[in-house]
Design a protein around this ligand. Structure first.
Ligand code: HAM
Length: 431
C-alpha cells in the first residue's frame, strides 16, 4: 500500500512559494524589532514538562501539549510557547545589560483541534523587554506592534490592539466581594466574553455565575469598554490599578497609538501575567482568533530564584497574521512568484558545458544568483523551464557565445534582449 501523502494533522509544511511569503513576513517582523534595538535569541524546542505546568497554567501544559517520557524517564514537553524558557534564560544569565530587548521566532506545538487560525505546529514571533518596571516598556512593545502592522500595509481600521489590566480585573472582582474560588471562575467567564456571540455569552455566563453575590459586577466588568464610565470609576476609580491603566491609556494617546483601545474582557489565558494584557485582533469578521497576545509578567523570572526581573512582551502567530494579510490582500503577488535565481544559463550542447560551468561560478562570485541547466535537455525545453520558474533573465551558451565572449541577455517578462560582454553580465543583471 502506498504511503500517505498527507503530513500529520495540523503540522507545519510549507512549499517554497509559501515559505517565500513567510520569509517576507518574518523579514518585516525582524526589521520592526531591530528598529527598536531588539536582538534575536534561540531557546530549546524540548523542555522539562514542569517548566510549563508551573508557569503557563495547567490547561496549556497538560491538556493542550505534546508531552512524553523520554528514554531516560524524564517528563518532557514540546514547547507550547516561549515565555517560560525566556524567563529561565534571563534568570540564568548573570551578565545581561538591562533593559534586555530580545526577539525570537520559535516553532511551538499545541495539541489543539485544527481549524482556521489554529494548528498543532506553528511559528510565533516573540518580542520581550525585561528589567523595566515602568509602563514605558509596555508602550515600546505597543509601538513595535503598530510598526509591524504599518510596515505590512495594514491600516488602523483593519485591526485593534485591545488592552486591559489583570490588576484592574482583580481589584474589581475583589471589590465585588468574590472569594478566591469565585475569582478563578470569574476569570474564565470574563475571558470568554469576546470568544462567543454576545447573547450566547450572556446566557452561558449567567448560568456559570449563578449563586455568586457579585455576578452582576463580573458581567458588567466583562462588557466594559470605557475606562471613564461612571460604573467603573465608581467601583475602582481611586485604586492604584485603575490609575495605572488610566496613565497607560494617556501614554498611548500622546504617542498617537490610535489602534489601541480598552476592553475589560481581555484577561488572557496564561497564568503568569501580572499587569497590562493585550491582544491584536482583526476588526473584520473573518479572522476571529487573536493575531497576537501578550502582557506584563513581573514575577516569572523571580520564580527561578535570585533577582526579580520584570518583563513585558508578546507572541504573534505567523499563521494568524498571514490569514489577516490574505484577507486584506496585503501580500504583494510578486513575493510568492519571485524566484531566487536572477539568471538562467541554458547550455546549447555538452561541448559548451565546461565553459558554462566556469561562467556561472564567476557570476555567482560576483553576487549574481545563477541557475544553470543540468538536465542536458534541448534548449527550447530549458528555456521553458526558466520561463515557468519566473527567473528574470536568461542567456543561451552556444558555440558563438563561447567564441565571441558576447551573450544575449533576455528579460523573460518583456522579451527584451540586450547584447552584453561576458565582463558586463553581472553588472547588467544587477541593474
Ligand atoms: P498566546 O496568546 O498563547 O501567548 O499565543 C500568542 C499567539 O500565538 C496567538 O495570538 C496566536 O496568534 C498564536 N497561536 C497560539 N496558539 C496557536 C495555534 N494552535 N495555532 C496557530 N497559532 C497559534 C503566548 O504564547 C505568550 N507566550 C505570548 C507572550 C510573549 N507573552 C509575553 N511574551
Amino acid at each position: 500500500m502506498a504511503l500517505s501523502r498527507q503530513p500529520l494533522k495540523g503540522m507545519r509544511q510549507l512549499l517554497p512559494g509559501e515559505k517565500r511569503v513567510e520569509d517576507y513576513v518574518t523579514g518585516k517582523l525582524a526589521d520592526a524589532g531591530r528598529a527598536y534595538g531588539f536582538e534575536e535569541y534561540e531557546a530549546p524546542v524540548l523542555e522539562p514538562l514542569e517548566l510549563f505546568t508551573a508557569k503557563s497554567g495547567s490547561e496549556l501544559a497538560a491538556e493542550q501539549s505534546y508531552n512524553f517520557v523520554d528514554k531516560g524517564g524524564r517528563e518532557l514537553i514540546m514547547r507550547p510557547e516561549l515565555t517560560p524558557s525566556l524567563a529561565r534564560m534571563v534568570a540564568a544569565s548573570g551578565e545581561l545589560i538591562y533593559p534586555v530587548r530580545w526577539m525570537s521566532f520559535p516553532v511551538c506545538y499545541r495539541y489543539e483541534r485544527p481549524q482556521r487560525g489554529r494548528v498543532r505546529e506553528f511559528m510565533q514571533f516573540n518580542l520581550d523587554i525585561l528589567g523595566v518596571d515602568g509602563l514605558e516598556a509596555d508602550l515600546d512593545v505597543f509601538l513595535v506592534l503598530r510598526r509591524i502592522m504599518t510596515s505590512l500595509g495594514a491600516t488602523g481600521e483593519q485591526y485593534t490592539i485591545s488592552y486591559s489590566s489583570r490588576k484592574l480585573a482583580a481589584t474589581v472582582l475583589e471589590k465585588a466581594g468574590l472569594d478566591a474560588e469565585e475569582m478563578t471562575l470569574a476569570w474564565s467567564v470574563i475571558d470568554k466574553r469576546d470568544k462567543m456571540k454576545p447573547e450566547d455569552w450572556e446566557n452561558w455566563a449567567g448560568k456559570q455565575l449563578e449563586g455568586i453575590a457579585g455576578a452582576d459586577s463580573v458581567m458588567r466588568f466583562a462588557s466594559c469598554d470605557d475606562l471613564g464610565s461612571d460604573w467603573l470609576t465608581g467601583i475602582a476609580g481611586d485604586t492604584p490599578a485603575y490609575l495605572e491603566l488610566a496613565g497607560f491609556s494617556s501614554m498611548l494617546e500622546s504617542a498617537g497609538v490610535a489602534e489601541a483601545r480598552f476592553e475589560a474582557c481581555v484577561v488572557r489565558g496564561l497564568d503568569y501575567y501580572t499587569g497590562i494584557v493585550f491582544e491584536l485582533m482583526d476588526t473584520g469578521g473573518e479572522n476571529r482568533r487573536a493575531i497576537c497576545g501578550g502582557g506584563r509578567y513581573d514575577d516569572l523570572v523571580g520564580l527561578f530564584g535570585g533577582q526579580r526581573v520584570s518583563g513585558v512582551g508578546f507572541g504573534l502567530g505567523l499563521l494568524t497574521l498571514q490569514l489577516f494579510l490574505d484577507t486584506y490582500g496585503l501580500v504583494p503577488g510578486s513575493v510568492s512568484r519571485s524566484h531566487p535565481a536572477d539568471l538562467f544559463l541554458a547550455v546549447f550542447s555538452e561541448e559548451q558545458r565546461p565553459f558554462a560551468v566556469r561562467l556561472a561560478e564567476r557570476l555567482r562570485n560576483e553576487g549574481v544568483s545563477v541557475e544553470m541547466d543540468i538536465t542536458g535537455k534541448n534548449v527550447s525545453k530549458q528555456i521553458r523551464t526558466a520561463d515557468r520558474k519566473s527567473i528574470r533573465y536568461m542567456a543561451v551558451i552556444g558555440p558563438d557565445e563561447v567564441e565571441s565572449g558576447t551573450f544575449t541577455l533576455k528579460e523573460m517578462a518583456t522579451g527584451a534582449e540586450t547584447p552584453c560582454l561576458e565582463s558586463r553580465v553581472a553588472e547588467t543583471v544587477r541593474e
